[in-house]
Design a protein around this ligand. Sequence first.
Ligand SMILES: *Cc1c(COP(=O)(O)O)cnc(C)c1O
Length: 383
Amino acid sequence: MDIKENDSKLFTPGPLTTSLTVKQAMLHDLGSRDTVFLNIVAYVRSKIIELADASADEYAVVLIQGSGSYAVEATFSSCVPRQDAKVLLIENGAYGQRLVKICRALNIPHDVLSFHETERVHVDQVVEALKSNQYTHVAVIHCETSSGILNPIEEIGQLVYEHGAKKGSTVFIVDSISGFGGIPVSLRNGQITYLISSANKCIEGVPGFAFVISKKQHLLSCQGYARSLVLDLYDQYIYMEQSQQFRFTPPTHAILAFKRGLDELDEEGGIQARAKRYQTNNKCIREIMKSLGFIELIKPEYQTYIITSYHYPPAPFHFETFYKKLSEKNQLIYPGKTTKTDCFRIGNIGRLFQTDMEKLAECIKQVCNDMNIELPLKNNNNQ
Ligand SMILES: *Cc1c(COP(=O)(O)O)cnc(C)c1O
């Protein structure tokens, strides 16, 4: 089977297109207690610390089986005490709303600070919310992949740090699942307590596990908090520190792929170089789409270079047909994930290059032609 020929390109928020070599790295069966595997786990954990520009004295990485949401749920489950805790959840889209669902499911007391799904988190309103001094934990999404908005986590981190009776005592949780590895972050100033990401986003590995870059001092204070056996970040951490092993069957193949993904990130020139490729991809598709008359959902100043949301062309427009015709050309785009507007999304992370974006644009033109959608779009009254 020619893998390259048959696979579609994934212009999605994840899982993403991976390199052939990342896929090939999985062609080994490793024992979960074998030294080869344990050394790879140790390497992966320390490499993530490095990529986060975090001090290895201050932070440790906990790997957890499952997708990104499992790690988010594990973090809330494990790091919020059963008593005397209240979480401020800042949300401006579907992934932020998932934090709310998680806290509801876990019965964690929380308030929600909501912004419109096309608005960035406004820090002045965060300041207002923090003034009440009632929050022990604050959580926010870094890149809101549902729309493509980039939230100002550094500014929010500074505010959270300053808030509260004792500086730095408020726990700050960041879901950077779609940002980490593609958008540079630094945990050097210690303001983020937990930063969550997963194997199959900007590191360009395959799905199977997620990880939480955790402030050791805080995590070590969380023994017995977990509302779940398997999603217990504290226990997973202690066990992993002692043995480099997962508590339950580890995703051995996904770890191998991830290790290869980390090597390829290095070969590319690190996060800065990867960010540059994603920016080039993003600029390329956005310029072409603009020339075709497609209208973006998000204001350019709020927009990340990870994924872009587009209004549907003027009615009648049938997204399912558009999607299907593109998929027949091996181009997989994604439906919108906003509630108030009809949108579709084009992601540009994963093993994608400018030529892939140009090919996608060519296919979009052909499909529009097939569907009798006249380009450039006129009277785009669907916004
Ligand atoms: C992908 C993603 C997640 C995790 O979603 P899963 O379906 O669990 O992989 C969480 N938050 C953000 C911002 C994401 O982009």
